[in-house]
Design a protein around this ligand. Structure first.
Ligand SMILES: [Cu+2]
Length: 128
């Protein structure tokens, strides 16, 4: 094989491998859903969910993409009647809803995730 052919073959192989890898990495990053805000659940020992405060607008469709940094967590916003179910490490859960009231709403983890489980919480802040 001549050098230009080798370079051409190498480029084709690189594109064939790189394209799916980039697409998968992008989807796994949680950035695939534009307009969704990301919440990463963590045990209290690992620093609690980040960010700890998430800002939403009243009467505007909200989208949260939630994942876990460590173990399986739950995600419940009691005052909004929302339960996102189990949040698994490395997997993404998409939550869509429209806040109908302004205020600060706590969310909590609903699964025994660590000895300090009852302290795993964050805030959803809905503004005008
Ligand atoms: Cu927990």
């Amino acid at each position: 094989m001549k050098v230009p052919e080798m370079i051409g073959t190498l480029l084709v192989v690189l594109v064939l491998i790189a394209t799916p890898a980039v697409v998968l990495a992008y989807q796994a990053s949680g950035a695939a859903d534009e307009g969704c805000q990301v919440i990463i659940m963590r045990t209290y020992e690992e620093g609690n969910p980040t960010p700890n405060e998430t800002y939403l607008k009243i009467n505007q469709p909200a989208c949260l993409r939630i994942t876990s940094y460590d173990v399986t967590h739950g995600f419940v916003i009691s005052d909004m009647g929302i339960d996102a179910g189990e949040i698994h490490a490395g997997k993404w859960t998409k939550l869509e809803f429209t806040p109908k009231e302004t205020g600060t709403f706590s969310y909590v983890c609903s699964i025994q995730c660590s000895p300090m489980h009852s302290k795993v919480r964050g805030k959803i802040i809905v503004t005008d």
